[in-house]
Write a protein that binds this ligand. Structure first.
Ligand SMILES: O=C(CO)[C@H](O)[C@H](O)COP(=O)(O)O
Length: 230
């Protein structure tokens, strides 16, 4: 099994048949569930009751991305539902360390996300508290946006810090991930890739997932070779 994960975002799925859309991506590692509140981002999706019901029928784990204010209050609710991974935004959490500990204590993996303009450096001392760090590669809020290459230096610095810390933290990218961009993110050190329109906009979502995975694997191999060069 690949160590690189492809997590399709159901934000780009057909909302009238979400059960079928989840069953179309059983080859993926997890389904990425975008929760938006129209305050932290100018868009609105779903909340705990819908996510709970979808989780009950989903054949694969849930990777929940909370684009909401008041994350300290709401994130634990998604862990209680049983979502395997719960990611809150650093910009929306009052006590991120306490919150990450709470999510882990409830049995979920604890993730923290950074908007494109948020630096990673203030958070490097808390890597041990996290299972996942999400570097947003678009402004959060909408699918179908263009991948922001300006986030790649931050991703590289985060990858170096994770390697240096010895902590077991997955590095996720989200936004504009396609066969054209995924290689650059993999080379920079990402190992979990969220893809919405490039999976659900494809005629064959399963083939799209495999296409993304093979491009990312090739890029990650090349990147290791470069790192190991004398
Ligand atoms: O978090 C998100 C938007 O804020 C989505 O996960 C993201 O937009 C995925 O869609 P696409 O791959 O089409 O960019």
């Amino acid at each position: 099994m690949s160590h690189l994960h492809i997590n399709p975002s159901i934000l780009s799925a057909d909302f009238s048949r979400l059960g079928d859309e989840l069953r179309a991506i059983t080859d993926a590692d997890a389904a990425h569930i975008d929760v938006m509140d129209n305050h932290f981002v100018p868009n609105l999706t779903w909340g705990p009751p819908v996510v709970e019901r979808l989780h009950e029928i989903s054949p694969i784990p849930f990777d929940v991305h909370l684009m909401i204010e008041d994350a300290d209050r709401w994130a634990p609710r998604y862990a209680e539902i049983g979502c395997e991974s719960v990611t809150f935004h650093a910009e929306a959490a009052i006590a991120p360390i306490k919150l990450a500990r709470e999510l882990r204590a409830q049995g979920s993996r604890a993730g923290m996300a950074l908007r494109p303009a948020t630096p990673v450096e203030p958070y490097l001392d808390m890597l041990e508290e996290l299972d996942l760090l999400l570097i947003m590669t678009v402004e959060p809020g909408f699918g179908g946006q263009k991948f922001l290459d300006l986030t790649l230096p931050k991703l590289r610095r985060a990858a170096e810090a994770v390697r240096g810390s010895g902590a077991s933290v997955a590095l996720q990218v989200d936004g504009g991930v396609s066969e054209e961009t995924i290689g650059r993110a993999a080379e920079a050190g990402a190992n979990v890739f969220v893809a919405g329109s490039s999976v659900y906009g494809a005629d064959d979502p399963a083939a799209a997932i495999e296409g993304l995975r093979s491009v990312a694997e090739r890029a990650a191999e090349n990147s290791t070779r470069i790192t190991n060069m004398p």
